[in-house]
Design a protein. Structure first.
Length: 196
């Protein structure tokens, strides 16, 4: 093993020293996650897909509305990232966004983002032959109303080209603080902590 790479080609053959080396490489990679998220958000720019604003502006507008509504920093960041999966996971973008956030946010925030796509369908599924009330399967869940509120206040109304939307750099400090948390620390709760 040289100073910068491992020797094994099968993980089963790795030594403690090799895995410690990989861990040393992994730490700075993980620390740079906020930079990659900001870059990935910019990939939502451009194609309007028939809307009046692109997905990047929609994301900023959602976060701006959450911020101005007095939502906590975690929810503002979640609003910013709620559609980050649109580019590579359009059919289940909510689950992808929730997975990105999961190690760094509360079980409450994770659940809201994971289910927002279905709850957002209340506003349009019926126009496309679907069931606008599909979210009703979660009626009685303690986070039903918070998720419905997220969609009503921050998502379904954030397609306005005339809205005074805050720029991405206004949210960068909050994004960095949320993603600086210890992954799966006390803030996530047992409900979203993986059981390896």
């Amino acid at each position: 093993m040289d100073s910068g790479t491992i020797d094994f080609v099968n993980m089963a053959d790795g030594t403690r020293e090799e895995y410690e080396l990989l861990e040393r490489h992994y730490r700075p990679f993980t620390a740079a996650l906020p930079d990659r998220l900001m870059t990935h958000l910019s990939l939502l720019s451009g194609d309007l897909m028939g809307y009046k604003i692109d997905r990047f502006q929609h994301s900023l507008q959602s976060a701006t509305r959450a911020h101005r509504d007095g939502a906590d920093e975690e929810m503002v960041v979640a609003a910013l990232l709620h559609d980050i999966g649109d580019t590579i996971s359009p059919e289940n973008h909510s689950e992808l966004a929730a997975s990105v956030l999961q190690p760094y946010v509360s079980a409450r925030t994770h659940w809201i983002i994971k289910h927002h796509g279905l709850f957002q369908g209340y506003y349009y599924f019926h126009h496309l032959g679907g069931d606008r009330n599909a979210r009703e399967r979660y009626r009685g869940h303690p986070l039903f109303e918070p998720c419905a509120d997220f969609c009503a206040k921050y998502d379904q109304n954030s397609f306005d080209p005339d809205y005074d939307t805050m720029p991405l750099d206004a949210f960068e400090p909050a994004l960095r603080r949320i993603f600086a948390r210890k992954p799966f620390g006390d803030h996530v709760g047992e409900a979203t902590r993986p059981s390896y």
